[in-house]
Write a protein that binds this ligand. Structure first.
Ligand SMILES: NC(=O)c1ccc[n+]([C@@H]2O[C@H](COP(=O)([O-])OP(=O)(O)OC[C@H]3O[C@@H](n4cnc5c(N)ncnc54)[C@H](O)[C@@H]3O)[C@@H](O)[C@H]2O)c1
Length: 319
């Protein structure tokens, strides 16, 4: 399989590229090192990949690169590049979200249109497309209603995939990831911040009262979903939830982190942030049926792995 991984220096893209290389595939990875978080962390994500003979890295912006040349001969595209983050998507930074999440996705789909070699285009969508749906666990057939500008841009990307599938037969599949965690998780994400505060003896800040719940999904389960989406026979324009299979409140999550880390710090509660959904929960029946998706990693195991990774990063000074 000749695979293009966009956003390859990021949390999910680098984890996915490593698995593809380990499975014997050739990977071309693209990333422009957006300044959302430190390049040193992304270089750390890429370190093993850069030494692999089957891996080629291209530094560049999807909005500037010659994408037809990039995609030449590719059989699979896994499009992970995006401007992530719900809270930062309000205000003037919205333009960054439009460029990275909508315009770059449209350019990639346009370049994929006449690519005879292409067997699958996997799009990294998000549970944020559901917003505060009262219909939980959320089903792919429900009406999406994002509550953040970020969610609006991710949904626009998904709709573009559906349009290019319906009109030009581009073999797209969208995976709606539910909050992903594990080693390499972005430093702006809740679990990363809670672990960092715990390990460094700082107070933990929770938005709202901590009773909000999340269907957290471990990184290796998201990687497995992408591999299944890349290789299984699926209808162009398909959309699947990929959640962790069980919900936990933020309060219970913080207690578990502190127990696993063996360290306890103060917890303070501040006002809920605009754009944050109250609860997320995935109906996984479609993903189970068509992707064979079955989350393998529970909260305790997954959090222990992320704590170990962050501990190492803090001790070595790159995190
Ligand atoms: N992490 C989660 O919990 C989560 C949940 C739902 C959806 N997603 C989606 O999964 C994907 C990966 O998320 P992540 O957490 O790994 O984020 P990340 O920020 O770690 O990785 C994204 C990478 O894309 C790169 N990038 C952004 N715009 C680019 C452009 N125009 N050209 C080239 N490279 C560009 C960035 O430099 C970054 O390295 C994103 O599409 C995100 O929206 C993530």
């Amino acid at each position: 399989m000749r695979t293009i991984v966009t956003g390859v220096a990021g949390f999910i893209g680098s984890s996915l590229a490593e698995r593809l290389i380990a499975d014997g595939h050739a990977v071309v990875g693209v990333d422009c090192f957006t300044p959302y978080y430190a390049r040193t962390i992304k270089e750390h994500n890429l370190a093993w990949l850069r030494d692999q003979p089957n891996f080629t890295f291209l530094e560049g912006d999807l909005n500037e690169l010659d994408l037809r040349a990039l995609l030449d001969g590719a059989d699979v595209i896994v499009h992970q590049a995006a401007q992530a983050g719900v809270l930062a998507s309000w205000g003037a930074s919205f333009q960054t979200y439009v460029d990275a999440n909508i315009r770059a996705t449209q350019r990639l789909l346009e370049a994929a249109r006449d690519l005879g070699s292409l067997r699958r285009f996997v799009y990294a969508s998000s549970s944020s497309v559901y917003g505060n749906t009262p219909d939980l666990p959320a089903r792919e057939t429900g009406l999406p209603a994002p509550v953040s500008p970020y969610g609006v841009t991710k949904l626009a990307g998904e709709h573009l995939c559906n349009l290019y599938a319906a009109n030009f037969g581009v073999p797209t599949v969208s995976l709606r990831y539910f909050t992903v965690y594990g080693p390499r998780q972005r430093p702006d994400m809740g679990i990363h911040k809670f672990i960092r505060a715990t390990l460094t003896g700082q107070p933990i800040t929770i938005y709202g009262d901590g009773t909000q719940t999340r269907d957290f999904t471990y990184i290796s389960d998201i990687v497995a979903a992408n591999l299944a989406a890349a290789t299984r026979p699926l209808a162009p324009g398909s959309v699947y939830n990929t959640g962790g299979g069980s919900r936990i409140s933020v309060n219970a999550l913080v207690a578990l982190i502190q127990e696993l880390a063996g360290q306890h710090t103060a917890v303070r509660f501040i006002e809920k942030q605009a754009g944050d959904a109250v609860h997320t929960a995935a109906d996984l029946s479609a993903a189970q049926r068509d992707l064979g998706f079955a989350p393998q990693v529970d909260h305790r195991t997954g959090l222990a792995a992320q704590i170990a990774w962050q501990r190492a990063g803090l001790a070595e000074g790159w995190l």
